[in-house]
Design a protein around this ligand. Structure first.
Ligand code: UN1
Length: 508
């Protein structure tokens, strides 16, 4: 594996230039951004003031008033053009994701591919925003549903999918006739600047996109609060911790705005006696150590049947001992850095609690500290737990996999569901009865339930989201678009009489 010196700051500015971002946007400001690869400063961004945020929301609202009258398939054309910009700039944007968020190059590219996929999906959707026609009990009447643009959509995104999560929301919102105001994570605003620049290129090609249709708010919490509390924002889609969701949700409820929340996950997998262990090992590794355990869908809890426990856990221990950790820019690396020192501290705290609860920990220690003194690389941790202790019920955003032994499927499912989060889940089994039980009403209680694949790496075609403390929102495919529109029920009387529903007589 090559260990050539890297100059992250230099590479970031050259990528930003390729992506059409002016230097002024990321130099000389107060928000410092560091690359998790080496801890070097890669940007100093000017922060949006609350007054500027309010003005941007106002412009977005005005843009919405014009955009809602553009026919939906025409709105789809804007998203098609944006998807073309993403295709043309997949390499530099993907690499920028790697430099800013620390995921390996393949995953950075995969993130941009996910953006391209959702654009394609949204373009098709722009001709399929269907409503129902409904049978009415009154003669000479028709009843139907129509779907209309909603307004300004606020998008709050997290560092781990710094651009894809915005696109799942924005691509749908634009075809639905909405405007978008985006507050990216303060840890990853550079990829957001680049995405906005590509959007503006597409808008210029389209011609006549109302100014302010897509706006970016750079900064920390107060800017997010300005977005959450503004009455001109009828929907806020927020991705992040459950703690963040607990603050955002009630503030939106207070003004009766819609919340689309994608919060913590604590995703589990059951490995049953009949499981194909070769597949299971690969799936576990990708889901638990991929993205350094920093996906909402990362695998965190593994329930292994007694009969295959030693065989599977032995293989996992070997794989964990040799998984390549290093700079995510280097070919061959599978595990890059944690996002920052705070993430490292949280990981160590959880491992300490796991040890106290009787956990046997393999890995978890800091590595590469000499080469990258300002960055935080860890060996992924495999923790054999005697029971599902309290620490296992929390989401720690780091590569920690808790392993538990089970004897009976019903007991494994009960434990699987006995955590506050409900995002993603999976079972490895070749027994149809077990698979269908896990998928049934009495099975996994998550929003995503898989068989013989891991819990992470969902495609955009399905609805993405989860239950309980995960927040209940659904993004991406299926009918998730409905969250971005308002539904009107229309009844039209084309007769010469006025029959009332429910047989009511009301003659004057
Ligand atoms: C997230 O971690 O915020 O299923 C979302 C996956 C990705 C999305 C993850 N498609 O892992």
């Amino acid at each position: 594996m090559s260990t050539a010196p890297i100059n992250t700051a230099h590479e970031v500015s050259s990528l930003l230039a390729q992506l059409g971002v002016d230097r002024g946007a990321y130099e000389g400001g107060t928000l410092t951004v560091r690359s998790p690869i080496d801890g070097a400063v890669i940007g100093q961004l000017k922060e949006t003031t609350p007054a500027e945020a309010t003005a941007a929301i106002g412009r977005a609202h005005d843009a919405f008033l014009a955009w809602r009258e553009v026919p939906a398939p025409r709105r789809g054309e804007l998203v098609r053009l944006f998807g073309e910009e993403l295709r043309a700039h997949k390499e530099p944007l993907g690499r920028l994701v790697t430099l800013e968020a620390g995921k390996i190059v393949q995953e950075g590219l995969g993130e941009v591919q996910e953006m391209i996929d959702i654009c394609d999906y949204a373009v098709g959707l722009s001709r399929q925003l269907y409503g129902l026609t409904i049978a009415t009990e009154r003669p000479g009447h028709v009843m139907r549903e129509t779907w209309h643009p909603l307004g300004v959509v606020g998008i709050i995104s997290a560092f781990n999918f710094p651009v894809a999560v915005w696109s799942w929301n924005a691509a749908l919102a634009f075809v639905c006739g909405d405007a978008c105001v985006w507050k990216p994570s303060e840890k990853t605003p550079l990829t957001a600047l680049a995405t906005q620049a590509l959007f503006e290129k597409a808008a210029a090609k389209f011609g006549g996109v109302p100014a302010g249709l897509s706006a970016l708010l750079i900064g920390e919490r107060p800017i997010g609060e300005a977005l959450v509390d503004d009455v001109r924002v009828p929907l806020v889609s927020a991705t992040g911790s459950t703690r963040m969701g607990r603050e955002v949700g009630p503030r939106l409820a207070k003004r009766f705005a819609r919340a689309l929340l994608e919060l913590g996950g604590n995703n589990g997998m059951i490995v049953a006696p009949s499981a194909d262990l070769d597949l299971a090992v690969r799936a576990i590794l990708f889901a638990a150590v991929g993205t350094a355990g920093q996906r909402c869908t990362s695998l965190r809890r593994l329930f292994v049947h007694d009969s295959v426990y030693d065989a599977l856990v032995g293989r996992l221990k070997r794989a964990y001992g040799s998984v390549p950790i290093g700079s995510p820019l280097e070919a061959g690396t599978l595990v890059g850095p944690l996002i920052d020192g705070a993430a490292f501290d949280m990981m160590q705290k959880s491992l300490g609690a796991a040890r106290e609860a009787g956990g046997q920990v393999q890995g978890g220690e800091r590595v590469l500290a000499e080469r990258f003194p300002e960055a935080f690389y860890v060996r992924p941790a495999l923790v054999e737990m005697p029971a599902q202790a309290e620490v296992v019920c929390h989401e720690t955003f780091a590569p920690i996999l808790y392993v538990l032994r089970y004897q009976d499927l019903a007991e494994a499912i009960r434990l699987h569901n006995a955590v506050p989060q409900g995002l993603s889940s999976s079972i490895f089994t070749t027994d149809l009865r077990e698979a269908e039980t896990f998928l049934s009403a009495a099975g996994s209680d998550c929003g995503i339930v898989n068989v013989n694949i891991g819990p992470s790496g969902a495609e955009i075609g399905g609805a993405f989201g989860g239950e309980k403390e995960t927040g209940g929102g659904r993004e991406s495919g299926s009918d998730s678009w409905r969250a971005y529109m308002r539904r009107a029920t229309n009844t039209v009387n084309y007769s010469r009489a006025l029959p009332l529903a429910q047989g009511i007589k009301f003659e004057v």
